[in-house]
Design a protein around this ligand. Structure first.
Ligand code: ADP
Ligand code: MG
Length: 400
């Protein structure tokens, strides 16, 4: 999917034109204060580029889950100040997404002015991807820009239908995300390694099934490795393990074999009899030596060393899911160590590294290396669906 979408470079002269810009401003709030501005910062370059080129910018965003009705606790007016602060510009709140109020407001807008429309999800037409609703929004715009990759896995009016009604472009954040994902799995430079970790196989079956046909090395860690170990006849004690999924694990390993993909499972592990920080029962052992009352909480140092050697032979890495229960010391060790290796290889220029997933981003931040990865996606669900090889409606709608 290399560049089959138009970007702002293709939008021509936007001076005086109304740009409807879909952004993700669904930011966490506590006591009426936005506690993490990452999402506003991510879309600021697109908004400022359009405003500086003289467009009248109308921001479309969802906020929370109001389920198709007005709800003052989820009005985008609550985040208007935070967005204005991040942009360093005035942002006018407009309490509608379509109709005469929007029309009159853009009538008094000057080129470069920025408006924040009300929460798109206050209207049922949004989540229904309703064409009439999208048409009403489109009526006030000259062009459409989607900068919300994290909402692109949903076919909603403001992410999908609207894109078909106006000249449509990927914003800069969307463009960067699509370019990074393309380098990681679309047209990656081989050999490619994938790290898949996290708690459960059940949430990542589709990811694993997609990856075996695309990567040369599939590195499995986290709680889900236990299910694979169990499938290979290893006694995993009282580890988190989905014993009913060992058949699926076998099928994935067989598919990997057929595709020439090497599956890496740990041969040593860090275990304890209780799940607590630095428990007295903590020890490292071979996977075949886990006692009945022990649980595997991280992969072991020999396994990590071997995986680091694998990464050194690779040109591309895609990573989702921590290798251990990283929130509790010292079960962050394998994740932190391998993440630092990947970061160092990326900094040297020998590895393109792309990572995503809520807990994965937290783990990389904890390791202090998120900035050294080639790209870290904060898109959550959209990132996972992309790793499953699914077409994202919001991206497909931008295709030309
Ligand atoms: P992401 O949000 O990046 O997609 P997941 O939600 O799939 O990642 O998984 C993250 C969770 O997996 C973390 O909370 C971590 O503690 C847990 N985890 C990793 N390894 C183990 C393990 N061996 N036993 C239990 N939980 C684990
Ligand atoms: Mg998670």
């Amino acid at each position: 999917m290399s560049r089959q979408f138009a970007t702002l470079d293709d939008a021509g002269d936007v001076h005086g034109k109304v740009a409807l810009v879909r952004v993700d401003l669904n930011m966490p709030m506590h006591d009426a204060v936005v506690t993490d501005l990452t999402r506003a910062r991510a879309v600021a370059p697109t908004i400022l580029e359009l405003a500086d080129a003289g467009a009248k910018v109308l921001l479309l965003a969802h906020f929370g889950r109001p389920k198709g009705e007005r709800n003052s606790t989820m009005s985008t007016s609550l985040i208007q100040g935070a967005v204005a602060d991040v942009l360093g510009r005035e942002v006018m709140f407009i309490p509608e997404v379509a109709g005469p109020v929007v029309e009159q407001t853009i009538g008094i807008f000057r080129p470069g002015d920025i408006g924040l429309l009300e929460n798109t999800r206050f209207w049922q037409g949004e989540e229904a991807n309703d064409a009439d609703f999208a048409r009403a929004i489109a009526a006030n715009g000259d062009l459409y820009v989607n900068d919300a990759f994290s909402a692109a896995h949903r076919a909603h009016a403001s992410t999908e239908a609207l894109a078909h009604m106006l000249p449509a472009y990927a914003g800069r954040a969307m463009q960067a995300e699509l370019d990074a994902l393309d380098k990681a799995l679309g047209q990656p430079e081989p050999p490619v390694a994938a790290v898949v970790g996290g708690a459960k196989v059940s949430t990542k079956l589709a990811v694993l099934e997609h990856l075996v046909g695309r990567v040369q090395h599939l590195i499995i860690g986290g709680g889900m490795a236990n299910t694979f170990l169990a499938a290979r006849g290893v006694n995993v004690g009282k580890s988190l393990c989905e014993h009913d999924l060992t058949g699926q694990a076998d099928a994935i390993m067989a598919a990997a074999d057929r595709a020439g993909c090497t599956v890496h499972l740990p041969y040593d592990v860090v275990v304890a009899t209780e799940f607590a920080a630095n428990p007295p029962s903590l020890r490292t052992c071979n996977v075949h030596e886990v006692a009945a009352d022990e649980m595997i909480l991280d992969i072991g140092p020999r396994a990590v060393e071997a995986l680091a050697d694998v990464l050194k032979t690779c040109r591309t890495l895609v990573w989702n899911g921590p290798l251990g229960a990283f929130e509790t010391q010292p079960f962050d060790t394998a994740t932190v160590t391998l993440a630092r290796t990947a970061a160092a290889l990326s900094a040297e220029g020998s590895l393109v590294s792309v990572a995503g997933g809520g807990d994965t981003v937290a783990a990389l931040n904890h390791a202090g290396v998120a900035g050294d990865f080639s790209y870290v996606s904060t898109a959550g669900g959209a990132f996972l669906e992309w790793m499953e090889g699914r077409e994202l409606p919001g991206v497909a709608a931008l295709a030309r």
